[in-house]
Design a protein around this ligand. Structure first.
Ligand code: GLC
Length: 764
């Protein structure tokens, strides 16, 4: 397609290569990262994902070598050949990644008749295309695993599977054969035995990712439109690759601390008394809870920015009652605006030309919850401004968070046609191009609305995403079901989301669709309490799944794990602060910490919470024991305090009230007392659980709510422990005036209270 290389020109770190038929560019961003670009007819499309493409001054050496152009940095050599084929070698000359030169071998060819016949029985017949507008095919080489690609079903390792990125709302149980879910995050990591690299294709069109399903010789990524536009990240570790990608696309901002507490939700809290009853029960059962979510029931006829006062009373009064008990209310918002004459949002949108239109210029309608509905054109700044202004109404009612749903965007009357006109800021664009970023832009509007009107760190949830959406919103994995296979999917799904950037994520605890059993709910909270976001949510037609809807045992165990989450809040908050700096997710697969250990590459039922805790949940009905893999090092069983030496596989008793958890020897774990909600107690003392061994730990503290930390109003404490029990603390920053007054240190079963000073050195 590109033809033979004619010549190249170099401008700074950008190398433009003219081929016979088309030109291509390689831009060296830093010694380990480069950008591949070629115009395919679409104008340069402003990226929705990349916020920092700063080019770091890098020594590069560019030469023409016979049939290729060679671009060298200190650690990477990129060879560009005819047809814009690219091969990448590391500093030692080992091949990292090579473009595939052979023929693609389309997977299956069946006759039209057979396809029609299969469709008649209800089979989905979608054969892979053999030609895409954009297509990059790379050699499989010795790739052992593919990770990332955001939110997908199945296991951690995506090798051998094919997916499509096209934000989709499909309420059927999400099974391994699903090609797409609600999110499109076009980032993947290829793990080879001794190296790894990452690729981010910044292309919002329907894209296709085949990790070796079509052929074991190659993998490919392709798109229906846009330009050839991808970044290649190499690094000394997978963590370094993720950090480089996140640096470009922005990090998850530090959230308000209460958002890390427990959230209770259900589609079906249909009145003021339903909501108040939930609030009362949470407190009556002493199960900590910070937030109650208002699903679409709270609106008048599902009209966004309305509040059904008949059923819920005066919003401000209701929110006040909730706030007095420590609850924050979160309101759902859908993009679909009811097409109803006289409804203010519809009228304003019509007047301002804020809605997507047909190519002929008519407002495009589809059907969502309120019936006939229209779609705000969030790709345009003006529309986002309008929407963010409307959020004031919800903030004035007292809502503390916005939950964006149905923003793939979904439509009950069938998919929005590709040529429906959506804007990309000032430029006219199409649904085909804007679909995968619709949820992203809606989240931006909600974020700005909350920032402007609530003034605290915005709490926004979104179902649909693109790369970078985490700058504005956290997410949940949509409409899962109360089935064991969905519980099993939680770990790989959240870990891949985290490695793709969406590190503030959770699943509907207990499952959304279908009916939870007592045992399933217990096992789910045992993962949910360690997930970045912790919300129990269910659908109207499923069994009630607040813990008291089962029996005393469920309540007892549920409470134990929600309380554990509240005890761990300072640790979880620290993990979020680290993620905000480095992009390394709070919940991560073991391969991120132990990538040279092949036994971690495909661990689907264990994960790390931060650097120090390893969680090995039970995800099989009836299991009361499980096999746990512990990588190299000394581990301490969180419950029994038994010391175990890894690496190895161990059988662990896991009765219903036990989720196996381990900490690394030398861990210093900050704890808070159990509170019914964040802020219930004034925390003047920090508990430190210190585990024997050698280790150190940074603990961060601020007001947990405002942006004042950006003005230096935070404290940073550095703790360390030596094998002989020598403990040291140093205050590295003390801008937050309401810091702790003392430390309660627990070590080998003994406790001591030490007043805070700038520096402490004691033997425990
Ligand atoms: C969608 C959401 C779900 C919500 C429901 C009603 O199915 O995914 O969480 O409860 O809509 O708003």
């Amino acid at each position: 397609m590109f033809g033979k290389i004619i010549e190249y020109t170099q401008t700074g770190q950008k190398i433009k290569i003219n081929f016979e038929y088309q030109s291509g560019e390689i831009t060296v961003i830093n010694p380990r990262v480069f950008h591949v670009y070629s115009d395919f007819g679409a104008d340069r499309i402003p990226s929705k994902a990349v916020v920092d493409e700063k080019i770091i001054k890098t020594n590069i050496n560019v030469t023409r070598k016979e049939d290729a152009v060679r671009i060298q940095t200190d650690v990477l050599t990129v060879w560009v050949y005819d047809d814009f084929k690219i091969d990448v070698y590391d500093g030692n000359g080992n091949a990292l990644c090579r473009d595939y030169r052979g023929k693609r071998m389309p997977r299956i060819t069946i006759s039209k008749e057979s396809a029609e016949l299969m469709k008649k029985e209800g089979h989905k017949v979608a054969l892979s295309k053999d030609k895409y507008q954009i297509e990059v095919v790379k050699e499989m080489m010795n790739t052992a695993a593919f990770y990332g690609l955001g939110d997908m079903t199945g296991f951690l390792n995506k090798k051998g599977y094919a997916y499509e990125l096209w934000n989709s709302d499909n309420p059927m149980p999400h099974v391994d054969s699903f090609k797409s879910l609600y999110k499109s995050i076009p980032f993947m990591i290829a793990k080879q035995p001794d190296s790894a690299y990452g690729i981010f294709m910044d292309n919002t069109f329907h894209s296709y990712w085949d990790f070796g399903q079509e052929s074991t010789d190659y993998y490919y990524f392709a798109a229906d439109g846009g330009n050839l536009n991808y970044y290649f990240y190499s690094g000394k570790s997978i963590k370094e690759i993720i950090s480089a990608y996140i640096k470009m696309t922005g990090t998850v901002p530090v959230p308000q601390m209460w958002t890390l507490g427990y959230h209770q939700s259900r589609w079906g809290y249909e009145s003021r008394s339903d909501i108040l009853e939930i609030a009362e029960k949470m407190r009556q059962f002493n199960i900590p809870c910070d937030a109650i979510h208002f699903d679409i029931d709270y609106m008048e006829q599902f009209k966004v920015f309305t509040f059904d006062k008949e059923k819920y009373g005066e919003p401000r009064e209701l929110m006040k009652l909730l706030a007095e008990k420590g609850f924050k209310a979160v309101a759902i918002l859908d993009p679909g605006v009811k097409a109803e004459e006289g409804y203010d949002i519809y009228e304003e949108g019509k007047k301002g030309n804020y809605f997507a239109t047909t190519p002929e210029g008519e407002i495009y309608t589809n059907v969502v919850w309120p019936g006939e509905a229209v779609y705000p054109d969030f790709g345009r700044y003006q529309v986002r401004q309008w929407w963010s202004q409307k959020i004031k109404r919800l903030v004035d009612y007292g809502f503390r968070g916005i939950w964006n749903d149905m923003n793939e965007p979904a439509g009950f009357a069938g998919e929005i046609p590709p040529d429906i006109v959506f804007g990309d800021e000032e430029a006219k664009s199409t649904h085909a191009q804007m679909h995968n970023v619709y949820g992203h832009m809606m989240s931006e509007a909600a974020y700005e609305g909350m920032q402007k009107h609530d003034k605290r760190r915005p709490f926004v949830i979104t179902r649909a995403c693109y790369a970078g959406s985490w700058r504005y919103a956290c997410t949940w994995t949509g409409d899962n079901h109360s089935i064991w296979s969905h519980l099993q999917m939680v770990v790989p799904q959240l870990c891949n989301l985290g490695m793709s950037g969406m590190g503030f994520a959770g699943t509907d605890i207990g499952g959304f669709g279908s009916d939870a059993t007592a045992e399933l709910l217990i096992r789910w909270i045992q993962i949910g309490c360690f997930s970045p976001m912790c919300r129990n949510h269910s659908s109207k037609v499923g069994r009630y799944q607040e813990p008291w809807q089962f029996d005393e045992e469920v309540c007892r165990i549920y409470k134990k794990y929600v309380e554990l989450r509240y005890q761990l809040l300072p640790y979880i908050y620290d993990c979020f602060c680290d993620m905000a700096k480095t992009g390394i997710p709070v919940m991560r697969p073991l391969v991120l910490a132990y990538e040279n250990d092949p036994d971690t590459w495909e661990l689907n039922d264990e994960f790390m919470l931060g650097e120090n805790m390893l969680i090995a949940p039970v995800t099989t009905q009836g299991s009361r024991k499980r096999m746990v893999y512990l990588p190299k090092g000394d581990w301490i069983d969180f419950d029994t305090e038994e010391l175990i030496q890894g690496p190895g596989y161990f059988i662990k008793d896991a009765p219903l009230d036990t989720c196996p958890v381990y900490v690394k020897a030398g861990t210093i774990l900050p704890n808070y007392p159990v509170q019914q909600y964040v802020g219930e107690k004034e925390i003047t003392e920090l508990t430190l659980r210190v585990y024997q061994g050698s280790g150190d730990y940074y603990h961060y503290q601020d007001d947990g709510e405002s942006f004042q930390y950006r003005q230096g109003e935070y404290n940073l404490y550095h703790f360390s422990i030596a094998p002989n029990g020598r403990f040291h603390m140093q205050c590295m920053a003390n801008g937050y005036k309401k810091g702790y007054k003392s430390l309660r240190i627990i070590y080998k079963g003994k406790e001591q209270i030490v007043p805070i000073q700038d520096e402490i050195s004691i033997t425990l």
